[in-house]
Design a protein around this ligand. Structure first.
Ligand code: MGD
Ligand code: MGD
Ligand code: SF4
Ligand code: MO
Length: 709
């Protein structure tokens, strides 16, 4: 094993990457004299990533001392410049706090408590995510809180909850990937979005295992697949139902497992009868032989993993898609044992922990429901409020913007998200933000969303604070502080404590003096919940190299595998085999809008790009969005590589450079969404929401295209 060796005058701080759910192990190199981060190196001893890092990870350290850092609060002194980067002046924390408190109190007196809202994100530690939920409910006393995981993990969460009764993204530790016999990967561009898991897939293939990929694009991982199901975007339910049909037809089901451990099989079996390979091929455009081969491989594999990501989840039937693919594992009994199971590839760094502890409109810490009186009582005991004081459930992320547009919500405290780039149907969302009477934005760079704010508060980067994060396996890990906060910047939890105190709520917050104080209260608040972190002390997390939840007591080592005893989390201990009904995307191509537009990521940028667009190497590698299309389509429209095209949908338009590749279907255009202002493809996307998860359909809408000069 390669060793990490430190240079003279420097300290190595073990921690994890600031970006995706892989949470690769890294050491930040710190110049001790200057107390300054000067570099990074991989952590070879981190069991999940074993020294691997991607281009974003190796440059992540450059965020901390970047010249664009916000070093003081900013106050808008020219309202006419709202929606631009101009019209701010530097201010002290006291000035900023006074203005926030005055506006929050005046607005609440005039329009009621729920006129305030909190919009948050999960690049933050569990401590910060937990406190943000408490801040909304106890300090601001509003029901309106939701977060960017609604655009990310909510369909996976809804699907897992419905099938298993619990939502931990992965039922197994990642080390199982190397050792399984088959990976069925749907809607994931893993080689670009979770690059440091790829060595595990390659190892699995080298051992003689099989890879099946479901994606309309021939992504790098699809190129290595034994079977690539190159479906028309938005048609996954037909594929999932067809897989079930074929597993049953081929006799690859485990009847004893189905009988003992599941409900719903008979209905599902009856429903999927119609999903013959021939019918499914007509609906999805995938060849009959490929469908048959995929089902045969999965069915025959002694062990297999079903894995999926946003490609299947960011649809108006995302929950059903998830449950459709989970059915494959349930009917074959390939779950509840080692080397077999189900996982969603969780997106953001703390996409798992951040969704469990109360940033979602209807959730409280420990995965408790705000609509369940017993759950409310348990959390009230920790928070010291009465159940009557607990606000009701609010609405989902996109729906909050709809209420802002109608002025039913008049103020937003935005932190750790950049919805002016990342939300769907941006013309509406940007308008909604402009419509607010008073907006606070908390970030470490002036984002596109900060342009709509009245007060901007300087937060710290991940490297200037400590706390815990739950990675995509469900493993709670420790982030360590490598440098003091730059300038006057402060950690989000501290800012919230200080605002709460000024709102007269100090008795609920003032005892929280360190991140560890927040963690210890948070552990208590999760105790007895589904996502129970009570036993996961910082010491245990460090010494065990992470702790998988649930971890219920000091003596509990945590739970790497879920359901090993074949007990699911529904009251009867059984899993549910759902019968998801096929339906097409909300908007199908037509004469006027003949092209399918799908959106997603590239390896060099992260989400709204507010962090990665400032890193020179990443900008050099990818500095603008592009419209990826098949040569046949390019020819049909008379354009070629490097030309520009204008894409238009019923909601908006954008001009993008053409990228020609045979790695995409002939009827589909792909555009990455990491760019701001008029380069945001979200000006075009549709906001049809999944009825259960309230996830927008980022992955398919209808567009038209014309050449542009
Ligand atoms: N480089 C990089 N890595 C990241 C991120 C990043 O921004 N950049 N973000 C992180 C986050 S928060 C997330 S959520 C994850 C996202 O990780 P992924 O979900 O892997 O990424 P996406 O690019 O959104 O979409 C994945 C794939 O879905 C395919 N797809 C589109 N429509 C459909 C469809 O209808 N069906 C199927 N089966 N597939 C379809 C696309 O072609 C694409 O290849 O990545 C994480 N990692
Ligand atoms: N068209 C299209 N749109 C999409 C998607 C898609 O596939 N297609 N994917 C969706 C998905 S999966 C996601 S996850 C969302 C994400 O979209 P966003 O929520 O916009 O994600 P980020 O760009 O990470 O925004 C985080 C912001 O907070 C700042 N920040 C980072 N860490 C901290 C912190 O600790 N504290 C504070 N206060 N600020 C911090 C960053 O500088 C950045 O400005 O985008 C969604 N939008
Ligand atoms: S972005 Fe993800 S894969 Fe890349 S180094 Fe960071 S955690 Fe690892
Ligand atoms: Mo995400």
């Amino acid at each position: 094993m390669t060793q990490n060796i430190k240079q003279a005058g420097e300290q190595l701080i073990p921690t994890h990457c600031s970006y995706c759910g892989m949470q690769c192990g890294m050491n930040l190199r710190v110049d001790v004299k200057q107390n300054k981060i000067i570099g990074v190196e991989p952590r070879y001893d981190w069991p999940v990533t074993l020294g691997k890092m991607c281009p974003k990870g190796v440059t992540a350290y450059q965020q901390t001392n970047h010249e664009d850092r916000l070093l003081t609060p900013l106050i808008r002194d020219d309202a006419s410049l709202k929606g631009t980067k101009k019209g701010f002046r530097k201010a002290t924390w006291e000035e900023a706090y006074d203005l926030i408190v005055k506006n929050f109190q005046t607005l609440q007196q005039q329009y009621g408590k729920d006129t305030l809202s909190v919009f948050s994100g999960v690049s933050m530690t569990n401590e910060k995510c937990y406190l943000t939920g408490k801040f909304a409910r106890v300090a601001l006393q509003t029901k309106y809180i939701d977060y960017n995981g609604r655009f990310c993990m909510s369909s996976a969460a809804g699907g897992m909850l419905g099938s298993f009764g619990v939502d931990r993204g992965s039922t197994f530790p990642w080390t199982d990937i190397n050792e399984t016999d088959c990976v069925f990967l749907a809607g994931s561009n893993a080689a670009e979005c979770h690059p440091t898991m790829m060595f595990r897939i390659w190892e699995m293939l080298e051992r003689g295992g099989y890879l099946i990929v479901v994606d309309p694009r021939k992504t790098p991982v699809a190129r290595r697949a034994d079977v690539h199901l190159d479906l028309k975007p938005g048609t996954d339910l037909a594929i999932a139902n067809c897989m079930l049909h074929l597993l049953i037809r081929n006799g690859h089901i485990d009847e004893a497992f189905i009988e003992k451990h599941t409900n719903g099989f008979a209905d599902a079996a009856a429903y999927v009868q119609a999903f013959t390979p021939e019918h499914t091929s007509n609906v999805t455009g995938v060849a009959v032989e490929k469908l048959e081969r995929a089902a045969e491989i999965y069915g025959k594999a002694p062990n297999a993993l079903v894995m999926f990501a946003r490609g299947i989840e960011q649809q108006h039937k995302g929950v059903d898609n998830v449950q459709g693919y989970i059915n494959m594992a349930l009917v074959t009994g390939k779950i509840g044992r080692k080397k077999s199971g189900v996982a969603t590839l969780t997106g953001q760094g703390n996409g798992q922990g951040g969704r469990e502890h109360g940033q979602k409109s209807d959730l409280l810490p420990g995965y408790r429901k705000i609509t369940n009186p017993q759950h409310v009582k348990e959390v009230c005991e920790v928070w010291g409020i009465t159940p009557e004081e607990m606000p009701d459930a609010g609405v989902s992320a996109y729906e909050m913007f709809e209420l802002m547009e109608k002025k039913e919500i008049r103020s937003m405290y935005l932190l750790c998200s950049n919805p002016a780039v990342s939300a769907p149907n941006l013309n509406m969302v940007r308008n909604a933000m402009k419509n607010l009477d008073f907006m606070v934005c908390c970030d470490f760079y002036l984002s596109e969303s900060a342009e709509f704010a009245d007060v901007v508060l300087p937060a710290v980067t991940w490297s200037e604070d400590e706390g815990t994060v739950t990675n995509l396996e469900g493993r709670i890990i420790k982030i360590n502080r490598a440098q003091r906060p730059l300038g006057d910047s402060k950690p989000d939890w501290k800012i919230q404590v200080e605002i709460a105190e000024r709102l007269g709520k100090g008795k609920y917050f003032s005892h929280l003096k360190t991140a560890e104080d927040v963690f210890n209260e948070f552990r208590l608040a999760t105790k007895g919940g589904t996502a129970d972190y009570y036993g996961a002390t910082w010491e245990k997390i460090e010494s065990q190299k992470g702790v998988f939840w649930p971890c219920k007591s000091e003596h509990d080592k945590g739970t790497p595998y879920l359901f090993l005893d074949k007990t699911f989390y529904h009251p009867d201990g059984k899993a549910v085999i759902h019968s998801p009904v096929y339906r097409p995307p909300a908007e199908e191509p037509c004469e006027q809008y003949p092209i399918i537009l799908t959106t997603g990521r590239v390896v060099f940028h992260y989400l709204s790009g507010n962090q990665t667009r400032r890193i020179p190497f990443l900008q050099e590698m990818c500095s603008e969005p592009f419209a990826e299309m098949h040569p046949m389509m390019a020819k049909q429209y008379g354009v070629w590589e490097g030309n520009k095209v204008k894409l238009t949908t019923r909601r908006g338009e954008g001009v993008f450079k053409v990228k020609v590749t045979e790695a995409i279907r002939k009827d589909t255009v792909f555009v990455p969404y990491h760019f701001g202002d008029e380069q945001s493809v979200n000006l075009l996307t549709i906001a049809t929401l999944d009825p259960k998860s309230r996830m927008p359909e980022f992955k398919a809408c209808a567009a038209k295209m014309e050449g542009w000069t």
